[in-house]
Design a protein around this ligand. Sequence first.
Ligand code: FAD
Ligand code: DLZ
Ligand code: SF4
Length: 510
Amino acid sequence: MSAPRLVLVLGDQLSEEIAALKAADPARDVVVMAEVADEATYAPHHPKKIAFVLAAMRKFAARLAQQGWTVAYTLLDDPGNSGSIPGELMRRAEAYGAGEVIATTPGEWRLIGLLDALPLTVRQLPDDRFLCSNAHFAQWAEGRKTRRMEHFYRVMRRESGILMDGDAPEGGKWNFDHDNRKPASDDLLRAGPLRHAPDATTRAVLDLVAERFGDHFGSLDDFWFATDRDGARAALDHFIAHGLTEFGAYQDAMLRSDGFLNHAVIGLYLNAGLLGPREVCDAAEAAYRAGRAPINSAEGFIRQILGWREFMRGTYFLEGPGYMARNELGHDGALPALYWGAPTHMNCLSDVVEQTRREAYAHHIQRLMVTGNFALLAGVDPAAVHEWYLAVYADAYEWVEAPNVIGMSQFADGGAVGSKPYVSSGAYIDRMSDYCKSCAYRVRDKKGPRACPFNLLYWHFLDRHRDRFAANPRMAQIYRNWDRMDPAKRETVLTEAGALLARLAKGETV
Ligand code: FAD
Ligand code: DLZ
Ligand code: SF4
C-alpha cells in the first residue's frame, strides 16, 4: 500500500465537494483539519466568527469520519498543538510517514505562501466552488483598460444561463436597481434571519473561545449561527420564503431597530463552504419563476452573488499579494478608537459598531456608507481599515473582504473595483436610515458646532483630492456645486473639518 497523503481541509473549505477531497482516496489518505491559534489571531477575529468556524469544523470532521475518511483533527487545546497550519501538517506528516499534501488553494495569499514554503510536496488545487474560475476571470480581464462588474455580470448571466430568457435577460433588463433603494419603516414586521440554538458541540466551543479569545472585540452572547450544512440550507430556505420578496426594495435601507432588514445573512455560510453559490442563485430564480418573488428582488439578489462575489474573487487573485498594501489616495490616519467601541456622538457609527460588536454582522450599506464612508472621508490608512473589516465580520476572508475594503470602499486601488469613491455627506444616511433623527449632530447643518461630521469631511475629502477627481465625469457636478458655494462658507467648512480631523487624530471623542 502506498504511503498516505495528507488532505488539508481549512476552516473555510467545509464542503464535501472541495477539490482536495475530490482528488483524494478515503482508503489511503488522511484528512488533516486543525484548530490553530495563528488562524484565530493573525487578525483579532470577532469571538463569534472564531466560534462559528471551530464549531463548523468539528461537525464537518465528524461527518467525514462517518463517511469513512481517516481524519486527523487537532483541537485548539490539544497539548501537542503547534499553533499553525504548517506546524500541524509537519506534525501529521511525521506521524503518518507522509511526504505529500493535497490542498485546495486557500483564499488568502498569506496561507498560499506558507503552504508553498513547506518542505513537503504540496499540490494546491484550484478552488472550484466558484462560478468563475480565476483563469476564466483573467481571460475576461485580459486587454481591458477598466474592469466593471456590470459587464462581467452580463457575461456570467449568459454563461450560467441564470435568470435568462433565451439570449435575453429575464424581464428584459440586466439590472432592476431603478426599482430598489427605498428607505424602510420600522413598523413593518420582518422575519429576520433563521436563528439556531447552540447544540452541545457549539456550546463547548463557545466556552473554549470565551476562555482563549474573550479579549477580542465582540460579544459571544446569544450565538445563533448555523454551524453545519443542514442548518445553513435551512437559513437559505428561510430567507427565500420570508426575505427575498422585499430584498430589492429595502436593500440599501438602514434602521436602528433592525440590523438585518431583508438581508439573507448567508455570507458566512457561503464563504465557509456550507452553501454553494449555484444553489443560492437557483433557489432565488426558482422563487421568481414560481411567482413568489418579483424580478427586482430576484435579480438584485442574484447579482450580488453571481456578479459582485465572483467579481471580487477574480479581482483579489488577479491583483496579487501586493493589493492589501495599495494606498492610492495616500491616506495615513489612525483608525479612530470608536471602531473598537469607544464612545462617539455620531449615532450612525455608534449603532453600526455596536451591532457589529454584538452580531459580527452589518449589512452592505452599513459597511459601505457608514463605517467605510467615514474612514475614507477621515483619511484613515486603508491597511488599518482592512484589518478591522477582516477581524470583525463573521463572513470576512481576505479574498472577498480586501477587494470590498481596499477597492470598493476605500478607493485605495485607484479604481480597479469602482469608477468613483463611495463618499457621501450625511444627506445620504439621512435619506436611507433613521439614524439622524436622534443624533447629537444635525444632519442639515453644513457648518457650525452641531454640523454633521459627514457633511464637513465630505467637502474636505473632495477639496483635498480635487486633482484626482475633478475630471471624473461622474463627479464633475459635485465639484461645480462646491465651486458655487460662497467662498467664506467654503473656508469655514474646511477649517471646521480640519479641526474635526485634528480632534480625531488626538483620540478625542467626536
Ligand atoms: P445579502 O445582502 O443578503 O447578499 C447576499 C450575498 O451576496 C452575500 O451573502 C454575499 O455572498 C453576496 N454579496 C453581496 N455583496 C457582495 C459584495 N460586495 N462582495 C461579495 N459578495 C457580495 N462580503 C463578504 O462575504 N465578506 C466580507 O468580508 C465583506 N466585507 C465587506 C466590506 C465592505 C467595506 C463592504 C462594503 C462590503 C463587504 N462585503 C463582504 C460584501 C457584503 O457587505 C456582504 O457580503 C454582505 O453584507 C453579507 O451579508 P448577507 O449575507 O446578509 O448579504
Ligand atoms: C478564520 C479561521 C479561524 C478563526 N480558525 C481557523 C482554524 O483554526 N483552522 C483553520 O483551518 N482555519 C481557520 N480559519 C479559516 C482560515 O483563516 C482561512 O482558511 C484562511 O484565512 C484562508 O481563507
Ligand atoms: Fe450620522 Fe450625521 Fe446622521 Fe449623526 S447626523 S447619524 S453623524 S449622518
